[in-house]
Design a protein around this ligand. Structure first.
Ligand code: ADP
Ligand code: 5GP
Length: 215
């Protein structure tokens, strides 16, 4: 589809139990910017920053008080408590991006995905990432080595409950081989961008096709 044909932005929602590889896939999607041109929605969270994380790049790290203020002033399109911390999606950045036809990536949990699916139904494309096995999930959480043993155990305990949410997503990908999983996500984005109902510019394009005079 040529870029000149006007299209609505889409909201690509990626969820998974912690450790299944969603952030790795999100990073790959964002680095491959020229091809996919996705912008990342940067959430606010009350969780402490991990050593590798940068304020304003991975999250906006805020206090519980500031979180409450944002939530109560309707500045978050969705929010949830996950693993004992609060997370939310700032409304303004997401709405501005979509109005500009900019596709956005949301790395959010199933509770947030449900809220976006209810509020912005036609704009959301949701993908759930599964690990190939629970043993792999555990190993990946340890290998990431960014959380304490206690935090890892909470996340493993919560994983079963999160995995049960797989049915409410449009697509499910098993992240065994990373390159393959990445290719699958890319294919979904490409196909979803071509959906007829996402391309209002097709009306003008088809009219101009039919009006074209041939010699
Ligand atoms: P999540 O964001 O879902 O919590 P991460 O993306 O941080 O998970 O991945 C957890 C760990 O697993 C990271 O160390 C990452 O490098 C590793 N990982 C991700 N995908 C794969 C894969 N397909 N095979 C092996 N390791 C992977
Ligand atoms: P982490 O602490 O590992 O960065 O994230 C924990 C979980 O919170 C992940 O499942 C992640 O997708 C989710 N999460 C991150 N930001 C948001 C958000 O803004 N809203 C919701 N609902 N979940 C989020």
């Amino acid at each position: 589809m040529p870029n000149s044909i006007k299209r609505r932005g889409l909201m690509l929602v990626l969820s998974s139990p912690s450790g299944a590889g969603k952030s790795t896939l999100a990073r790959m999607l964002l680095t491959n910017k020229e091809e996919l041109e996705l912008a990342l929605s940067i959430s606010v969270t009350t969780r402490p920053r991990r050593p590798s994380e940068i304020e304003g790049v991975h999250y906006h790290f805020i206090s519980p008080r500031e979180f409450e203020r944002l939530r109560d002033s309707d500045a978050l399109i969705e929010w949830a408590e996950v693993h004992g911390n609060f997370y939310g999606t700032p409304r303004e950045a997401a709405e501005n991006a979509l109005a500009d036809g900019q596709d956005m990536l949301f790395d959010i949990d199933w509770q947030g995905a449900l809220q976006l699916q209810e509020k912005m139904k036609g704009d959301v494309v949701s993908i759930f990432i599964l690990p190939p096995s629970m043993a792999d999930l555990k190993q990946r959480l340890h290998r990431r080595a960014e959380d304490s043993e206690d935090v890892i155990n909470v996340r493993l305990d919560n994983a079963r409950n999160e995995i049960e949410r797989w049915r409410s997503y449009d697509y499910v990908i098993v992240n065994k081989d990373l390159d393959r999983a990445f290719h699958e996500v890319q294919s979904i984005v490409t196909a979803e961008r071509l959906r007829r109902d996402r391309c209002p510019g097709l009306f003008d394009f088809v009219s101009s096709l039919l009006d074209e005079k041939l010699n």
